[in-house]
Unconditional design. Structure first.
Ligand code: OAD
Length: 329
């Protein structure tokens, strides 16, 4: 399904990668780079927002009404501050699945690992909280977890930390399963019970991920300062698997001089409001339309990098990505 569109911009980017002229590449990613591993994205038809069952949540009629109208409310401080349950109930299988290392990295993550191995990666700005970008061999300082991490837990009210293992156990035993018997994490209480802060006792404990209405981690702003506001220029921006609907991360695509090429790898065009140009004759913005893994495979083949990536990363990647890479679909 990947369409390798030859355009002046895509050809220029490929030629630059082949010649080794891009040595300061920034990659901005979103949920679409992880869907091959089995984690749904947010805004696609089968994504978290479209499939949200507000009536199954422990919430007031007003909260349910709000979430039916705007499912992004489930990751918004305005709902969480008054009721911890919608977030924790929706996120229960994700929190427990991550703890059990249920999901493995994709071909797209491995490609970023390869860029790092080749010393071409300036920074990976990852909007995902699934931790898969840390499963490939990229120095932690090169990865900015734009929307925080599931590896730390704290009280959203007083910021006191909460022990990770205890939090996972509390989610398992105190938060009900809204995903039916089919969920592998179905063994859950019939009703949800609060998980309270060990310091202030408020029911505001959650993973250290960014809710709408909250600021991004300092690491994001520090990274932007280092990467986008210096003389040592970024020479290529790769944008993969993100709808570019959420700021400030989406705004990164608009922070570079017009001379810096951008390569979008996505199912559909995104960021047209951010002036990404999809006209076939534009010289700046390349577009690989289709599944990330398939586009990455075509890139690897065009660059002659496939065997190198396979030797290091095929064994550990998710089954679907490995099948794409090795051609045994
Ligand atoms: P979205 O769900 O908004 O966008 C995912 C994009 O990836 C869409 O354009 C999909 O078409 C595309 N896509 C999905 N699967 C793909 C695949 N296999 N190959 C190529 N493209 C694919 O997810 P994000 O952009 O990551 O924030 O969302 C940004 C933020 O909005 C998230 O971090 C989250 C969400 O609300 C918070 O929770 C604060």
């Amino acid at each position: 399904m990947a369409t390798f569109i030859s355009s002046p911009a895509t050809d220029r980017i490929l030629a630059g990668l082949r010649a080794g002229s891009f040595r300061n590449i920034v990659v901005l990613t979103g949920a679409g780079i992880s869907t091959a591993s089995g984690i749904p994205d947010f805004r696609s038809p089968g994504g978290l927002y479209a499939t949200l069952q507000a009536d199954s949540l422990t919430a007031s009629p007003q909260e349910k009404q709000y979430l039916k109208k705007d499912p992004t409310g489930v990751v918004d401080i305005r709902i969480f501050a008054q009721n911890q349950f919608p977030y924790l109930e929706v996120r229960r299988p994700f929190i427990l699945g991550t703890a059990d290392q249920k999901w493995k990295y994709t071909l797209a993550h491995a490609f970023i690992g390869l860029l790092h191995d080749k010393k071409l990666l300036r920074r990976h700005y990852d909007q995902n909280i699934d931790g898969l970008s840390h499963q490939v061999d990229v120095e932690p300082s090169k990865i900015i977890n734009v929307h925080g991490s599931l590896q730390h837990v704290y009280c959203e009210a007083c910021k006191a930390p909460y022990p990770l293992a205890e939090f996972r156990e509390a989610v398992r035993t105190k938060i009900k399963n809204i995903y039916g018997e089919a969920s592998e994490f179905a063994n859950a209480p019939a009703e949800s019970e609060h998980i309270k802060c060990l310091q202030c006792s408020r029911p505001a404990v959650k993973p250290a991920t960014v809710l709408f209405g909250r600021s991004l981690p300092d690491a994001f702003h520090e990274g932007v300062e280092k990467d986008f506001n210096t003389q040592e220029n970024i020479d290529l921006l790769i944008v993969a698997g993100t709808s570019l609907k959420v700021h400030p991360s989406a705004g990164l695509v608009d922070m570079l001089p017009a001379s810096v090429p951008r390569l979008v790898i996505n199912l559909e065009p995104v960021g047209e409001d951010l002036v990404i140009d999809y006209s076939p004759d534009n010289a700046r913005d390349g577009f690989l339309k289709g599944y990330c893994d398939e586009s990455v495979l075509k890139l690897l083949e065009a660059l002659g990098w496939k065997d190198e990536l396979a030797a290091k990363y095929a064994a550990g990647m998710c089954d679907k990505s490995r099948a794409t890479l090795l051609g045994d679909k």
